[in-house]
Structures are given as C-alpha cells and as structure tokens.
Design a protein around this ligand. Structure first.
Ligand code: XIL
Length: 372
C-alpha cells in the first residue's frame, strides 16, 4: 500500500505545484501596479478546454478579445453585426470582476473589402466612408457602452519610418480619419478610455510618427487616454533601453501606457518578420522550428531573464503603465505558433501547454514581490 501511496502523493504534490495552485497569481501580485490581461478567443469559450476559463479568472483581471471585436468578425457584412462571441467575453469578464478592453475599431487588417466600396464595388467617397465608420463605431461601442474600460480606437496607423501607413482609411478619408474615429468613439461612450495602439512603436523612428498623432488630438481637444505598445517581442529585440525610453516619452505627454499584446518569441525568425504586420508570412522550414521536443534550459533561462528585466522596467514606470496584456493564455494558444511561419512550436508566454507555471512566471511574480 505504502509503495503506491507515496509515489501517488508525490505526483499529486508535483501536479499542484506546477498547475497554478501557488497562492499568488499574476493579477494579485501586480495589484496596485497595473492590470494584467490576456487575450480570449473562441476556443477558450467553447468549453473544449475546461481548464481555460477558471484559469483565466484566477490569473488575470482584464481581458481583450483576440479576434471577436474586429470588423470582419463583429460586422462581417453591411448591416449585419455578430455580437455573440464578444458578448460572451464581456459577460464572463463581468461575472468575474474583470475589466474588458475593446479591440479594435479602425485597422487596415481584418477589415473586409466591402467596407471601402459601395454596392457596385466602386470605391466610397470620403463622406460615405466617414458615415460608415461612424455607424460602425456607434453601433459597436454603443452596444458595450459602460461595459468596456477602454477601446483601441486606431491600430497600426504608422509605418516603421514614422510616416502614416498607406491604408484605405488614409487614402479615402485623408489624415483626419483618426480624429474622426476618436470623436465617434467618444460620442458613443463618453466614459470609455480611448487608445492609439501599434507594434514597434517603442522604436525611435516609429515613435516619432506616433507622438504627433497624440499631440494633434490633444491640441484639438479630442479625447485620447493612452498609447498601447503591442509588445510582440523577441529574445534579442527590442533593446530594453528603448522600451524604457518610449514609456517615459509617452508618459510625458500625459498618456497612460499599456503593453497590450505581450509575448516573447523564442524561435529563430528573420528580422524582416519582426513586428506584427499580419499579412507578412514565410514558408515553414524545419530549421526554423528547432524546439518541437521541448525548450532547452539555456533558452528557458534567456526567456526568464528577459521577462524579469521587462517587468522591472514596467514596475519602474508603474505610475504611467496601467495594464500589461499577454497575447494568449498559454504557449499552446499563442498565435506565434502559426505566425509569421505556420506550424511551429513556440514558447512565448508564462504558462506552458499544460498550464504549468514556467520559470518566467515565477520571475515576473518575484519582480513585484521585491518591491512590496
Ligand atoms: C492576431 C490574432 O492573434 C490571430 O488569431 C489572428 O489570426 C491575427 O491577428 N496585432 C493586433 C492583433 O493588433 O489583433 C493581432 O492578433 C496581432 C497583431
């Protein structure tokens, strides 16, 4: 009997200690500093992974819909809105006392072509597109009025060199499309926070394009509360000093700063695919997928150190940083398994594929505990 019982108890203890039974959680450890969020998708809500939702409620205090509120999902055809999945996310958040982030209102990706065309397929006029944008924002933001803490109003409007991205929004409406989007969002929910969100906007050149957008809105008295830095990062990039400096610079404009889509890619990836332009992809190659059997200790350590260093910087700026959202629940759910190269096994988050707490998780918790 003893022979069976002792290993069984040992296994149980190991299971407990690796499955998040530790008293502390991310959201508890960072209480008083900033919100901790995750991206929720259809798979979590479907019930096929019964661990997902309780785990999310335990570890996080804010949620972003990974796809459910994007134009192509929530407004797939003219006049047809699909709120079902997004509603379930908001209901879940409210039941569990979590904040909801609205993602996203104006973007060049995941926006259907019809948005820019009339029923005959001709390009819309400026006025017609503005009317369509206003209708979309009023309908979506209005639907969640009072239930969403803040909206990513405009996503990824700036190129790497700081110039405005050449999107249909810019081409048809002109430079003031962003002003209009922020105005419409504020009309639809006067209490919601409004954000500009982008990737690589910690980098100096891109930052130099984002800052005038913020200043322009401010000078016209148009509400903007914060800047989201997506944080689709890598083991070797960006330089932590750049992150540090960019938070300081956005904060100096009076902006709340959020890391809105955080993960750290550990796989070999050509630098031209750094960032998060989702239309850029590359074909699968075995040489770019080296850790199928598991993450080597040396890489695990690099990941852990990088997360620790990052959270040290974020804590240093905790008067400005209001939220850090991880882009995915655990490694198995990360979009980095399939983008920019499909079919890889990546390890970019704090929880492994069985909800085990990775060394990076403990390191992130430790950073908060150090300053208690
Ligand atoms: C990604 C999602 O994670 C994927 O599931 C989807 O296929 C593509 O979009 N910048 C953003 C996010 O603002 O919405 C994107 O999310 C990643 C890049």
């Amino acid at each position: 009997m003893k022979k069976i019982l002792i290993p069984a108890i040992a296994a149980f203890v190991i299971l407990l200690s690796s499955c998040g039974s530790d008293e502390t959680t991310l959201s508890k450890a960072y209480e008083g500093h900033f919100l901790i969020g995750t991206a929720l998708n259809r798979m979590h809500l479907s019930g096929t992974d019964p661990q997902a939702m309780p785990f999310i409620a335990q570890q996080f205090n804010s949620v972003t819909a990974e796809n459910a509120m994007k134009w192509e999902r929530i407004h797939p055809e003219p006049g047809r809105y699909e709120f079902g999945l997004a509603d379930s996310i908001v209901d879940f958040a409210e039941k569990n006392g979590m904040q909801v982030i609205g993602h996203v209102l104006v973007w060049h990706s995941q926006t259907p072509q019809w948005v820019f065309q009339d029923s005959l397929g001709n390009q819309l006029t400026r006025d017609a597109l503005l009317e369509r944008l206003r209708d979309h924002i009023h309908t979506v933001v209005g639907h969640y009025k009072g239930r969403v803490l803040g909206w990513d109003v405009v996503n990824e409007a700036v190129e790497e060199d700081g110039s405005l991205r050449k999107t249909k929004w810019l081409e048809i409406i002109g430079e003031d499309y962003m002003e209009k989007a922020f105005i419409y969002a504020h009309e639809a929910d006067p209490d919601a926070e409004l954000y500009y969100n982008d990737y690589n906007n910690e980098e100096r050149a891109k930052r130099a394009g984002v800052i005038p957008i913020v200043k322009n809105l401010q000078s016209k008295g148009i509400r903007i509360d914060g800047v989201g830095i997506q944080g689709h990062w890598h083991l070797d990039s960006p330089d932590m000093r750049v992150i540090d400096e960019s938070i300081g610079e956005y904060a100096a404009l009076g902006m709340k700063v959020m890391i809105t889509e955080l993960e750290i890619n550990v796989l070999p990836t050509p630098a031209w695919l750094y960032g998060a332009e989702i239309s850029r992809t590359m074909e699968y190659r075995d040489s770019l997928n080296p850790f199928v059997a598991g993450l080597p200790d040396s890489v695990q350590t690099q990941l852990t150190n990088r997360y620790a260093e990052l959270f040290r910087i974020l804590l240093k700026h905790d008067d400005a940083v209001t939220r850090v959202t991880f882009w995915g629940l655990h490694d198995g759910y990360s979009w980095k398994n399939n983008w920019p190269i499909p079919g890889r096994t990546n390890y970019p988050l704090l929880f492994d594929r069985s909800y085990g707490l990775k060394p990076a998780y403990h390191a992130v918790i430790k950073e908060a505990e150090k300053i208690k």
